[in-house]
Design a protein around this ligand. Structure first.
Ligand code: SF4
Length: 154
C-alpha cells in the first residue's frame, strides 16, 4: 500500500484537526472522481515506519489521523490503524472508504470514524444533504451516522 501526499485538514472529520493520508491504487473508479491520480499505484510505501515518521512530525498538532482510501488493501489499513491505536492511544483514527459496505477485514475497535460510499456526482459529496455517502462515529463497536453534521455547519 502506498500514499501520495498528506495534509492537515479541518472539514473531513467534524471537530477534529486531522492528518489526512491520501492512499493510491484506488479500485473504486467513481465517475467524476476529484482525485483520479489516486487510481494509479504510485507514491511511497505506507507502513509502520513511514506512518511513525509522519506521526513523529504531526502528533502534537492533530487530534485525528484519517486514511483516505486504501480499498485495495483494507487489511493493511486495519493493521496500520491497530498500530496507531497501540502507539498513539489518544489519537482518533478515521478511514474514508469508497465502498458502500464495510470490509470484513476492518475491526471497528481500531477506528473512531468511518466514511462509506462511492462518490456519485448527481448526489454530491458529504456536504450535500442529497449525498449517498455516510460518515459514522464509532463507540463500543456501534456505528452512528453523523453525516448531518456536515450540513449543519454550512
Ligand atoms: S473512492 Fe475517492 S479516490 Fe477512489 S475513485 Fe472514488 S472519489 Fe476517487
Amino acid at each position: 500500500m502506498k500514499y501520495v501526499n498528506t495534509g492537515v485538514v479541518f472539514q473531513e472529520i467534524p471537530d477534529e484537526v486531522t492528518l489526512s493520508i491520501n492512499i493510491s491504487n484506488c479500485p473504486c473508479h467513481c465517475i467524476g472522481c476529484h482525485s483520479e491520480y489516486l487510481w494509479d499505484d504510485i507514491g511511497d510505501p505506507l507502513n509502520a515506519i513511514s506512518l511513525g515518521s509522519l506521526l513523529h512530525d504531526y502528533a502534537h498538532d492533530i487530534t485525528c489521523l484519517c486514511f483516505m482510501g486504501g480499498d485495495a488493501e483494507p487489511q493493511s489499513v486495519n493493521n496500520l490503524a491497530s498500530w496507531v491505536r497501540d502507539n498513539y492511544p489518544t489519537l482518533k483514527i478515521g478511514w474514508y472508504s469508497g465502498r458502500s459496505k464495510l470490509s470484513e477485514e476492518i475491526s471497528l475497535d481500531n477506528f473512531d470514524y468511518i466514511k462509506l460510499g462511492p462518490y456519485i456526482e448527481a448526489k454530491g459529496a458529504l456536504n450535500k444533504p442529497t449525498t449517498n455517502q455516510r460518515l459514522y462515529s464509532i463507540h463500543s463497536g456501534e456505528m452512528t451516522d453523523i453525516t448531518e453534521r456536515f450540513w449543519k455547519k454550512r
